[in-house]
Design a protein around this ligand. Sequence first.
Ligand SMILES: [Ca+2]
Ligand SMILES: [Ca+2]
Ligand SMILES: [Ca+2]
Ligand SMILES: [Ca+2]
Length: 134
Amino acid sequence: MPDLAVANTYSDNVSVLLHLFPDCNGNGILDACDIDCGPAGGPCDVPGCGQSADCNGNRLPDECEAITPGDFDADGQVDLDDFAAFATYVAGPGEAPLASPECLDAVLTAFDFNGDGDVDLADFATFQAAFTGP
Ligand SMILES: [Ca+2]
Ligand SMILES: [Ca+2]
Ligand SMILES: [Ca+2]
Ligand SMILES: [Ca+2]
């Protein structure tokens, strides 16, 4: 016999997710499911799930966001959240940022201010100048 309590929990989750995370990229897949397929048999276990990167970890598919220099979480400000991310990805001069391959472009867009392929203290100087406050 199916576990109705579990089924109801899933449908509740789907309606909550639909409200919080619409289909911003218009591919017919809930944005949360674009990012993560979730458990097998769960509401996000659908064909095409898990195809979107969420490098800034805000649960929105990154292709729906405008990541700009300094603004990694695409909230329109260069603030402490972005600084925390910068600190996560900064590496030495000439070294690739400490990012997964799928996130490399997003990290470089946000933090490689001088466009030399690394995120280092030279970039930090520019980041500081772009800082708009906490
Ligand atoms: Ca979608
Ligand atoms: Ca995102
Ligand atoms: Ca930001
Ligand atoms: Ca750089």
